[in-house]
Design a binder for this molecule. Structure first.
Ligand code: GUN
Ligand code: ZN
Length: 419
C-alpha cells in the first residue's frame, strides 16, 4: 500500500469538482485507489501537500510521428499535410527513427500529465509496434494504431487494404489488451486518403475484433468539399456512415463543419468527438460548435492533435476550448473543461475506471505545483487549466507507479533521461 498526503482536486460531474484541503490517498499494490480520507495523523509515505493532486489527463487525439514537427507553420490543413506532415511521416519507414521518436513522444505525454492517449501512428506497422513497446516499458496507457492510407498521398505512404489490414491484425495479436493498458484501434486517416474498400474493411475488422475506430471528420472546408465529391456523398459524415465507421466505438476528430442533421446522426450513433481546439486555431480550420454537441449529449474528449496542436499539455487544449467556444457565443465552465480533460474524456474512450481521485479508480495521478496564494478549487482550476506560465507537472503516476518525475528539470521533457 502507498499512502500519499496531499490536497486533491477531482471531478464529480461536468458541473462539480471536489476539493480536499488535506487528504490521505491510499493506493493498493494493484495500483487502484482504495481510500481517500481526511488527514488525521495517519502514517504517510509521501507528503505532497505543497501542490495538488488531480487525476491524469486524457488526450483523445495525438499523432506520434508528428512529435518533431510541432510549430511547422505551413498553412491550412491540406498544405500543411503535403508540405510538413507527409515528408516527416515517411521517415518512420526506418525502425530506428521510429524508436527514437517513440521515446520522446512517451516522455512528452508523461511530462504533460497525460496518462491515457489515443495515438495515431505512421502507416508503417513496425513504427506503431515501437510505440507500443515504449508505452509498455514506461507504464502509460494508449489506444492506437498505424494510420491506414491507400490513395491520394505520396506513394511511399500508401499501403493497399489487404496487407494493411493483415498487418493490423498481427499487431493486435501481439498488443491488444496488453497489461490492460494498450489497445488497438483501426484508423483510416481521413476520407481523402482512403478508398471505400479500405474504410469498410477497417470498420468490419474493428467490429469483429472489438477495437475502437478513429478518423478525422470535417476539419477543413476544402477537405469537406473534396470528400463529398470523391464519394458522391450528400455530406461528409455519410462517407463514414457508408463505410460502417460511425458507432459507439468511433472517435471522430475535429467535427467542425457539420449540419444539424449530421449532429443528429452522430448523436443517434453514439459516436465520440475528439475536440482539438488548438489545432483548429493553428491550421485556421474553424471553430468547433461545442453547444451543438453538448445540447445533444454527444460525448466529447479533448485532443492536443500534435503537431497541428502546439502543446502536449491537455490543459492548453482546455484553455483553447474555452476561447473557441466563447468566440461562438458559448461560455464553458472550468469544471466542464476539467471533466473533458479527465473523467469525461476517459469515459468517452471506454475507461470508466479512470479520471478521478476516488476509491475504486485507478491510481493515475498528477501532482501540480500551486502558488502559495491558491487555496481553493476556483483558483486551482484557473492555474491548472488557464495559466500558460504554470510549470509542467511535478510528478505523474499510472496505477500508482511513477511514470514521470520532473525533478529539477523545468525545461523540455526530452532533456531528462527516460526512467
Ligand atoms: N487530416 C488528415 N490527417 C491529418 C493530420 O495528421 N492532422 C490533422 N490535424 N488533420 C488531418
Ligand atoms: Zn489529427
Amino acid at each position: 500500500m502507498t499512502v500519499l498526503r496531499a490536497r486533491v482536486l477531482t471531478p464529480r460531474s461536468p458541473d462539480e469538482v471536489l476539493w480536499l484541503d488535506d487528504a490521505v490517498i491510499r493506493i493498493n499494490p494493484g495500483g487502484s485507489i482504495e481510500g481517500v480520507e481526511p488527514y488525521a495523523g495517519q502514517a504517510v509515505d509521501l507528503h505532497l501537500s505543497t501542490g495538488v493532486l488531480t487525476p491524469g489527463f486524457v488526450d483523445s487525439h495525438v499523432h506520434y510521428p508528428q512529435t518533431r514537427i510541432v510549430g511547422a507553420a505551413s498553412g491550412p490543413l491540406l498544405q500543411w499535410l503535403n508540405h510538413s506532415t507527409f515528408p516527416e511521416e515517411q521517415r518512420f519507414a526506418d525502425l530506428e527513427h521510429a524508436r527514437e521518436v517513440a521515446r520522446v513522444f512517451v516522455s512528452a505525454l508523461a511530462a504533460a500529465g497525460t496518462t491515457l492517449a489515443m495515438a495515431y501512428g505512421p502507416v508503417y506497422p513496425h513504427a506503431t509496434d515501437a510505440l507500443f513497446a515504449e508505452v509498455e516499458r514506461r507504464g502509460l496507457r494508449v489506444i492506437g494504431g498505424p494510420v491506414l492510407m491507400d490513395e491520394n498521398c505520396p506513394p511511399e505512404l500508401q499501403i493497399p487494404a489487404g496487407p494493411a489490414l493483415a498487418s493490423l491484425e498481427k499487431l493486435a495479436d501481439r498488443w491488444h489488451g496488453c497489461d490492460g493498458r494498450i489497445f488497438v484501434a483501426a484508423i483510416p486517416r481521413f476520407a481523402l486518403c482512403c478508398s471505400a474498400s479500405l474504410m469498410a474493411g477497417a470498420a468490419r475488422l474493428a467490429r469483429e475484433r472489438g477495437w475502437w475506430v478513429s478518423t478525422h471528420l470535417s476539419e477543413n472546408l476544402e477537405e469537406g468539399r473534396i470528400a463529398r465529391e470523391l464519394f458522391s456523398a450528400a455530406d461528409y459524415l455519410q462517407v463514414y456512415e457508408d463505410a460502417g465507421l460511425v458507432h459507439r466505438r468511433s472517435v471522430l476528430a475535429h467535427a467542425i463543419h457539420l449540419s444539424d442533421g449530421e449532429w443528429d446522426r452522430i448523436q443517434a450513433a453514439g459516436a465520440v468527438i475528439a475536440h482539438c481546439p488548438d489545432s483548429n486555431f493553428f491550421l485556421g480550420s474553424g471553430r468547433f460548435h461545442a453547444s451543438a454537441a453538448m445540447a445533444r449529449g454527444v460525448p466529447i474528449a479533448l485532443g492536443t492533435d500534435i503537431a497541428a496542436g502546439r502543446s502536449f499539455r491537455i490543459p492548453r487544449a482546455a484553455s483553447s476550448a474555452y476561447d473557441s467556444a466563447l468566440a461562438r457565443g458559448t461560455t464553458l465552465t472550468p469544471s466542464q473543461l476539467f471533466w473533458w480533460a479527465t473523467r469525461g474524456g476517459a469515459s468517452a474512450l471506454g475507461h470508466g475506471n479512470l479520471g478521478a481521485v476516488e476509491p475504486g479508480f485507478e491510481g493515475d495521478l498528477v501532482w501540480h505545483d500551486l502558488p502559495a496564494w491558491v487555496d481553493d478549487p476556483v483558483g486551482a482550476l484557473a492555474w491548472i487549466l488557464f495559466d500558460a506560465d504554470a510549470p509542467r507537472p511535478r510528478r505523474v503516476w499510472v496505477r500508482g507507479r511513477v511514470v514521470w518525475d520532473r525533478g529539477q528539470n523545468t525545461g523540455y521533457p526530452w532533456e531528462t533521461p527516460a526512467s
